[in-house]
Structure formats: structure tokens, C-alpha cells
Design a protein around this ligand. Structure first.
Ligand code: FAD
Length: 396
């Protein structure tokens, strides 16, 4: 039997799930190309930035594919030659495919705003999250006083999660180091009229109220115009800060524009009812123009859908059409508090937080077996500090 070659690009939610789903199919030969050796569990990055364990947000791909017949290549996909069915990497290797699955995720967009790239922090990668954590700690210790303002730009899920957990982490550092208690000013700046613009209005409002109770100041309808070393210009007024975290902008992976894919006005790749951008080229997750693109749940769902159609194809069955699935929205915002929107049901507070824990475990278990998924999940409850004072203090 000649095995068909499935080439998957992207070691994130969509790519890894597709590889897991297809790996046991004896008619297929699966290769996964990723430009990094680790899988990023994005939902945990805000915790890493605020005192959590960094290995919770980063899982070696080799661990995920341990004992699975997936050929793993750490390379950067650069160029597509679709007539020849070739994908060429920056490292100069050419891979042939019968089916190509692309799940490359999005990249940060600063919209050309002056100073942001140089001075702002981010939490879109483990490196960025760790850098922010070190900055928060070092600045408090050096100056023995909090920054005048901690500014988070972007009222989407990432901005809300970080705004909700930042205050507690800063207070913990102050407590550990015996720094006199000072008020902490956390500002959440959003260009639109409300937080979480895609969510129902009452959901946004409940989260806004809760953040307000935690002491977070909301600046809605406010546009960032530039950043310098010690301030952020918002609606023509400066906010003094050495800590600006940019969570407001992403754009599709440049691979698609460079390789002539058809792209919508919103920057997403045009796909048909089988998530194909061209014959036998499938685009998943954040890259594809589907109604619920932009969540890990959608990337996982897309991966299962495409894997199933490829499995059907190799046994001569007709492909199924894509039916978009609305994700369950879960937004943690501070200690033991989360908002959940599951269809028409909404839940807030400790009950939401319990569901949030269940969703996180499910996220790990989608990629790992029960035991390693449990080990990964319990890391959420641990703290990690390079500073010996904080490390000792947090043990008590
Ligand atoms: C801070 C943050 C928090 C989030 N929290 C949640 C949440 O709580 N719940 C939720 O549902 N969603 C959340 N999301 C969104 C979710 O993480 C994404 O929707 C999901 O990761 C999309 O999966 P993907 O496979 O499309 O892309 P990704 O998971 O981003 O994977 C893309 C992969 O492709 C690799 N890659 C990129 N370019 C190349 C190339 N040229 N060659 C080879 N490899 C390449 C990347 O390194 C990466 O490994 C969050 C996102 C962020 C940034």
C-alpha cells in the first residue's frame, strides 16, 4: 500500500491536534513542521507573567509525540510550490505532500504606532511573558514602590485576564520583600466602546464591573498614539508608565500573503466548505476565515474536521462539509473568578472559575494522555520565582 503524505505546518493547537488525529492511520505518513520545538499553551501565559510556572505554558513537542508515528521537523516554512506539491523551508529543505495542512497562527501587529515595538511588553510568547514577569519584579525591588501606572492595552480576553491577575502578583512581591503597601494603579485601555467586543453586552458589563471592583481603571474609546520610555500617549494625553503591555493587535501569518493565498479584508485566508484554500491545501484555526476563528477550541475543532475528511478521502468516501461550532467562552478575571458563556447559559464568579479549570484540563487532555495532562494542569496551582526571597516566602 502506498501511503499518502500528510504535511502539517504549525506546532500549535490546530497543527498538533491534526497530527495526533492522523498519526495512527496506516494509510498515511505524517510529518509536522514547526518553527519551535515547544507547543505554546497560550491560555496559561498570563499566569506565567504573574508568578505562575513557565513550563505550564510550554510543552516540548517531542513529549506530545512520544511513541507516535509523526515525523517532527523544527524548521520554518517559507515557500509553497503548489503545482509541484512542494513546501520549501527557510533551512533549504523541500517537502513533498499529498495533503498539506496549514495552522500557523497569528503574529503581533503594532499598527505602525510609534514606540510600541521598542517599549511595550507582550504576553504572546513564553519569552515575552517571562520578560514581563522579570520586569515587574525587578522594578518593584529596585524602586521599592510600584510603577505609577501599569497599563494594559487591549480589552480582549488576553487584556482582561492579565488585568485581573496583575494586582495580586504585585502585592505578593511587595509582601514578600517587605515593601510598604502602596496603591497599585492598573489601567486597561480599549479603543472600542466596551470590553470583549464579540461577546454579549451583559457579559462584557459583568466583567467590567468585576475588574472595577478589583481596582482596575477602564479607559474605553481611547486610542493609543505612541509610546516613549516613560509614557504612553492615549487620546493626546500622556499616561506615565514604565510598564505598558500591548495585547491589542494581531494579524494573520505573513506566510499566506507571501504565497499568494486569497485573503479577506480582515486578513483571514479564504477557505471552502472543506476548509481548503486550494485543492488538498487545508487552512485551520486562527488563519482561516471561519465564523469562530481566533480560539483554541476552534483550532482543535478544525483539526479534527480536516483529519476526518482526509481519513475519509483515503478510503474513497466523500468529504463532509464544515459546520462551524460556537465555542464555550471562558474568561478568567482575577483570583477564583471567571465568566463563562456556554450557548445561552452564562455563569460568573467561583462557579465560572470551576468551569474554567475544567476547560483548562480539557485543553491539555486534547493533546496529552490523562496522566501527563493532569501533571500539566496541576502546575496551574504552583508558583515559580527566580528570586530566592519570593521562592521561600511562597512556600509558606
Ligand atoms: C495570550 C493568549 C491567550 C489566549 N487564551 C485563550 C483561551 O483562554 N482560550 C482559547 O480558546 N483561546 C485562547 N487564545 C487563542 C488561541 O491560543 C489561538 O486561537 C490558538 O492558538 C490558535 O491555534 P492555531 O493552531 O491556529 O495557532 P497557534 O496555536 O498559534 O500555532 C501556530 C504554530 O505555528 C508555528 N509557526 C508559525 N509560522 C510558522 C512557519 N512559517 N513555519 C513553521 N511553523 C510556524 C508557531 O510557532 C506556532 O507553534 C489565546 C491567545 C493568546 C495570544
Amino acid at each position: 500500500m502506498i501511503r499518502k503524505k500528510v504535511l502539517i505546518v504549525g506546532g500549535g493547537f490546530g497543527g498538533v491536534k491534526a497530527a495526533i488525529e492522523l498519526s495512527e492511520n496506516p494509510r498515511l505518513d505524517v510529518t509536522l513542521i514547526s518553527d519551535r520545538p515547544t507547543f505554546r499553551f497560550y491560555p496559561a501565559l498570563y499566569r506565567t507573567a504573574t508568578g505562575g510556572v513557565s513550563s505550564e505554558a510550554s510543552i516540548p513537542l517531542e513529549r506530545i509525540f512520544d511513541n507516535k508515528p509523526v515525523s517532527l521537523r523544527i524548521e520554518h516554512a517559507a515557500q509553497l510550490d503548489s503545482p509541484k506539491r512542494h513546501l520549501i523551508t527557510k533551512e533549504g529543505h523541500t517537502y513533498h505532500y499529498d495533503f498539506l495542512i496549514l495552522s500557523l497562527g497569528v503574529v503581533t501587529n503594532y499598527f505602525g504606532i510609534k514606540g510600541l515595538k521598542e517599549y511595550s511588553y507582550g504576553i504572546k510568547s513564553l519569552e515575552q511573558a517571562v520578560k514581563l514577569k522579570h520586569h515587574l519584579h525587578a522594578q518593584l525591588i529596585d524602586e521599592r514602590s510600584p510603577d505609577l501606572n501599569y497599563v494594559i492595552v487591549g480589552g480582549g480576553a488576553t487584556g482582561v485576564e492579565l488585568a485581573g491577575s496583575l494586582g495580586e502578583y504585585l502585592r505578593r512581591i511587595m509582601r514578600n520583600h517587605g515593601i510598604e503597601h502602596r496603591a497599585i494603579h492598573i489601567d486597561l485601555v480599549e479603543a472600542g466602546p466596551r470590553l470583549l467586543a464579540k461577546m454579549p453586552l451583559n457579559y462584557s458589563q459583568r466583567i467590567a464591573t468585576h475588574l472595577h471592583q478589583l481596582g482596575v481603571r477602564l479607559y474605553l474609546d481611547q486610542t493609543v498614539q505612541g509610546e516613549s520610555a516613560d509614557s504612553l500617549m492615549v487620546n493626546s494625553k500622556p499616561i506615565t508608565s514604565h510598564t505598558v503591555v500591548w495585547t491589542a493587535g494581531v494579524t494573520n501569518n505573513p506566510f499566506f500573503a507571501k504565497n499568494g493565498f486569497s485573503i479577506t479584508d480582515h486578513g483571514k485566508v479564504v477557505v471552502d466548505q472543506y476548509l481548503q484554500a486550494a485543492p488538498d491545501i487545508f487552512v485551520l484555526g486562527d488563519n482561516a476565515n471561519t465564523p469562530y476563528s481566533g480560539t483554541a477550541q476552534t483550532a482543535l475543532y478544525d483539526a479534527k474536521f480536516v483529519a476526518n475528511n482526509i481519513a475519509r478521502h483515503v478510503v474513497g468516501k466523500q468529504p463532509l462539509s464544515y459546520v462551524p461550532k460556537k465555542p464555550i467562552y471562558v474568561t478568567p478575571a482575577g483570583p477564583h473568578w471567571a465568566a463563562v458563556a456556554w450557548g445561552r447559559v452564562q455563569l460568573y464568579g467561583i462557579g465560572g472559575w470551576v468551569l474554567h479549570q475544567a476547560a483548562e484540563f480539557r485543553g491539555f487532555h486534547d493533546l496529552l494522555k490523562f496522566l501527563p495532562a493532569s501533571e500539566q494542569w496541576v502546575k496551574e496551582f504552583a508558583e515559580e520565582d527566580d528570586c530566592p526571597v519570593c521562592a521561600t516566602a511562597s512556600n509558606y
